[in-house]
Write a protein that binds this ligand. Structure first.
Ligand code: SIN
Ligand code: FE
Length: 292
C-alpha cells in the first residue's frame, strides 16, 4: 500500500502567516503533495477570455512565461493580448512565489524562479511521443535545462471555468524506483556533456545527476511493466484548488483536465530542511560518488 500522498492545508491566501504552513516544507520534502483545496488563482474579468486552447500556437503544449525577462512564448496572440497574458502569468508567478517563500525561510533566501506555464489544452488525447506523454508516471527532468542536483518544486492551480478537476496519479517514493531502473542507466559518453552545452542543446553543463534523471524519466515512461505494476493513487484536484509538489521526486502522471497554471522553482539541496530526501543525495549515497 502507498502512504497517504497528500498534506492538506486549508488556506485561502497566497501569503499565509508562517505558523499556518509550519509543516508544509517537511511534508513536501518527504514526498507529499501539498494540497490547498481553498486556495485559488483568481482571473480578472477580462482574463477569462484566455480560457481557450485557441491561444496556444499549437507547437508547444503550453503557453510559457519567463518571469525574469517578462516574456511570453507558445502563443501567436497579437501584442495587446500578449501583454495581458504576460500580466496574468506574472501575477501567478508572484503569488506562487509568495506562497513558497512563506513555506520556509530557508527556501525564501535560496529559491530560483523558473518558467510559468498556462496549460489551456485538454490532456486526454493530446498527441505526443512516449517520452513526452505526461499521462505516464514519471519524475521530472528537463532535456535542455540541467539542474545540477537542484530540486524541482512546482505549484499548480486549476482554473477550469466549468468546474472540471485535474486528474493525476502519483506513485511510490523515489527510492522504490531505483532497484528497477538504476542498473540499466548507461554511463554518459565521455565529452557528451561538453558537446551538448557547446551545441546549445543544454543551457548549462549536463551533470551526471541530470544524465541519470533524464534516463530515469524516459525509462519510467517507456516501461509498460512499471506503469502497470507500481502502486499508485488517483488524485482529483478540483477547479479552484492549488497544489505543490517536488516533481523530481514524486512519480506523477496527469490523466485529464484543462486550464491549469503552473510555476516552476529550483531549490539548491542545501536549502532543504532535510537534504537526505533529495534525489541527488539518495543517488549519491547509492552510487558512492558525487553527481552534481
Ligand atoms: C506533469 O508535470 O507531468 C504535468 C502536470 C500537469 O500538467 O498537470
Ligand atoms: Fe511531470
Amino acid at each position: 500500500m502507498t502512504m497517504n500522498p497528500l498534506e492538506i492545508l486549508e488556506l485561502d491566501a497566497w501569503d499565509p502567516p508562517a505558523a499556518s504552513v509550519a509543516r508544509a516544507a517537511d511534508a513536501l520534502e518527504s514526498g507529499k503533495v501539498l494540497f490547498l483545496p481553498r486556495l485559488h488563482f483568481s482571473l480578472e474579468a477580462d482574463e477569462t477570455r484566455f480560457l481557450s486552447p485557441d491561444w496556444s500556437n499549437g507547437k508547444a503544449k503550453n503557453i510559457s512565461y519567463d518571469p525574469v525577462r517578462a516574456m511570453v512564448s507558445g502563443t501567436d496572440a497579437p501584442d495587446a493580448d500578449r501583454a495581458a497574458i504576460a500580466a496574468m502569468m506574472g501575477r501567478y508567478a508572484r503569488q506562487a512565489r509568495a506562497l513558497v517563500e512563506r513555506i520556509s525561510p530557508r527556501y525564501a533566501s535560496h529559491l530560483l524562479i523558473g518558467r510559468t506555464s498556462f496549460r489551456p489544452v485538454e490532456i486526454t488525447g493530446r498527441a505526443s511521443s512516449v517520452t513526452k506523454d505526461d499521462t505516464r508516471l514519471h519524475v521530472d527532468a528537463f532535456v535542455s535545462q540541467p539542474v545540477q542536483g537542484k530540486r524541482i518544486l512546482r505549484v499548480f492551480s486549476n482554473v477550469h471555468p466549468g468546474g472540471r478537476p485535474r486528474t493525476w496519479e502519483v506513485g511510490d517514493g523515489f527510492e522504490n524506483l531505483l532497484p528497477r531502473f538504476l542498473p540499466n542507466i548507461p554511463q554518459p559518453l565521455p565529452g557528451s556533456a561538453w558537446l551538448l552545452h557547446r551545441l546549445r542543446i543544454t543551457k548549462s553543463r549536463r551533470s551526471r545527476y541530470d544524465h541519470i534523471m533524464l534516463h530515469l524519466h524516459d525509462a519510467m515512461k517507456r516501461s509498460v511493466d512499471y506503469q502497470r505494476e507500481t502502486a499508485k493513487t488517483r488524485l482529483e484536484f478540483p477547479a479552484g484548488s492549488t497544489w505543490a509538489v517536488f516533481t523530481d521526486q514524486v512519480p506523477h502522471a496527469a490523466l485529464a483536465g484543462q486550464f491549469v497554471f503552473e510555476q516552476t522553482f529550483y531549490l539548491p539541496v542545501d536549502a532543504m530542511q532535510n537534504e537526505q530526501f533529495a534525489p541527488l543525495r539518495i543517488l549519491e549515497q547509492r552510487l558512492h560518488m558525487a553527481l552534481a
